[in-house]
Design a protein around this ligand. Structure first.
Ligand code: ZN
Length: 443
């Protein structure tokens, strides 16, 4: 039984058979049901999407050969550049009269991506967001202060729609204006905060500074849109006195709310009745077995306005093979471990900063700061891994941690590296992740 039953049964009783009364284990995520959705999707795009008609024709796809979910490997990937090239409405797969809204993802380079939504898409998104709230233990008695922005970029309105569907009270603040945020938080007794991690930290610091911790009523933070370190998470939780939940999503696929970690905080459950997740090798495109780290690829099983098939997110994660101990039947991905663009190739092995951070977490007494120096001598690559540790001046401890780091690299990433342990504070601090890697190999 999923944890939503214990929390919500009583409070949601009397709300009838509307969506807010549905429990997380009541959704149909059987292979049969998902296969049927997949077949519907293929029918919809072959009939209504000029974008996929062209793509499938170019790739020589014979749709009649696709009968099971596993056959998805016969379909081509969709990437972000293609979405940009479809600007403004080239992704639309339904007649104009069915489109009720558009959202857009910001592009630092080139055209933005425009995603049209149908009424059904908006409802599905709100339902997924509501499930996230339920997973975080929220009910219709909660008051959710929403600090992400409203507008073209999706975040705020998704949090809002989910709140209303749950029957909770939305406090639609949008970003900024910390003074007003704190006043509303106090006066309206907000119980949950929807926020980016950096804004949650800013609010937390302000609340600590003003000694307001005992006066606020927050119990839960739904935090997303950026990668945040376990250390930053702990600070937000301690300073606000809340439990936080990591929310995931991207504008191309609805927006935030497609996955959330449960109360055990061991990976994020994703809504597999609406979304099909695959993990691929970002270089070869080959599908990787569950448990292996790779690039997340998403197919929107039920989306109508702009369905996407095998969309390459460039996000790195893995699908957990085993069910979650919390009892929630939805499958899980690991927290996001970085972007495929950040790849470093060393001795023929692809290494990602997220993997390195993952390895660091496994060795006790090692801090979060590291530096990588790559050299090539007579055609051979070598990698020096410099990392800050506690008690670096104790030679015995230094040797032990070096050995442990070396073994962790070998076991979890599959490369052998030279490790140098330095005292905490010895490495340069930089905002930019890329500064952590110094590549002295000639290209
Ligand atoms: Zn769980």
């Amino acid at each position: 039984m999923c944890n939503c039953h214990d929390n919500n049964d009583q409070k949601l009783a009397g709300k009838g058979n509307d969506a807010s009364g549905t429990q997380l284990c009541d959704y149909d995520i059987s292979v049969e049901s998902r296969t049927a959705s997949f077949m519907d999707l293929l029918k919809r795009v072959t009939e209504g999407s000029p974008f996929y008609q062209k793509k499938f024709a170019e790739a020589g796809v014979d749709i009649s050969e696709i009968r099971t979910l596993d056959d998805i490997c016969k379909l081509p990937f969709t990437n972000k550049e293609e979405l940009r090239d479809a600007y403004p409405l080239g992704l639309q797969a339904v007649p104009d009269e069915e489109v009720v809204r558009i959202h857009s993802s910001s592009g630092t380079t080139g055209s933005p991506v425009i995603i049209p939504y149908t009424k059904g898409d908006v409802e599905v998104w709100a339902d997924m967001m509501m499930r996230c709230y339920k997973m975080a233990g929220l009910t219709n008695t909660d008051r959710i202060q929403i600090t992400p922005g409203y507008g073209l970029w999706t975040a705020g309105i998704g949090f809002q729609a989910g709140t209303e569907l749950l029957g909770a009270m939305a406090v639609p603040m949008g970003p900024g204006n910390t003074e007003k945020q704190l006043q509303m938080m106090l006066d309206l007794k907000s119980t949950a905060l929807a926020s980016t991690s950096s804004y949650a930290l800013l609010l937390a610091e302000e609340i600590t500074k003003r000694e307001l911790k005992d006066k606020i009523h927050l119990k839960v933070g739904i935090i997303g849109s950026e990668r945040w370190s376990p250390k930053m998470r702990a600070r937000i939780e301690n300073e606000l006195g809340i439990d936080t939940y990591d929310i995931f999503g991207l504008t191309e696929i609805y927006g935030p709310g497609i996955a959330l970690d449960c109360s055990l905080h061991d990976g994020l459950h994703y809504w597999s009745d609406h979304l099909l997740f695959e993990i691929i090798d970002p270089v070869t495109g080959e599908i990787l077995p569950d448990g292996t780290l790779g690039e997340l690829v998403i197919t929107t099983l039920t989306k109508e306005g702009a369905p996407l098939i095998r969309y390459r997110t460039r996000d790195l994660t893995r699908i957990f093979p085993e069910p979650c101990k919390c009892g929630c039947p939805f499958p899980r991905i690991d927290r996001l471990l970085g972007r495929t663009d950040d790849r470093i190739k060393i001795k023929g092995v692809n290494v990602y900063p997220g993997q390195i951070e993952d390895v660091i977490l496994r060795v006790e007494g090692v801090s979060s700061e590291y530096q990588i120096i790559l050299e090539r001598e007579s055609g051979r690559d070598s990698m020096l891994f410099r990392v800050e540790i506690e008690n670096a001046d104790d030679p015995e401890n230094n040797k032990l941690r070096s050995r442990q780091m070396n073994k962790a690299f070998h076991d979890f990433i599959g490369v052998s590296v030279d490790v140098e342990c330095v005292p905490v504070g010895a490495l340069p601090r930089s905002e930019k992740k890329s500064k952590r890697v110094i590549d002295n190999r000639e290209m």
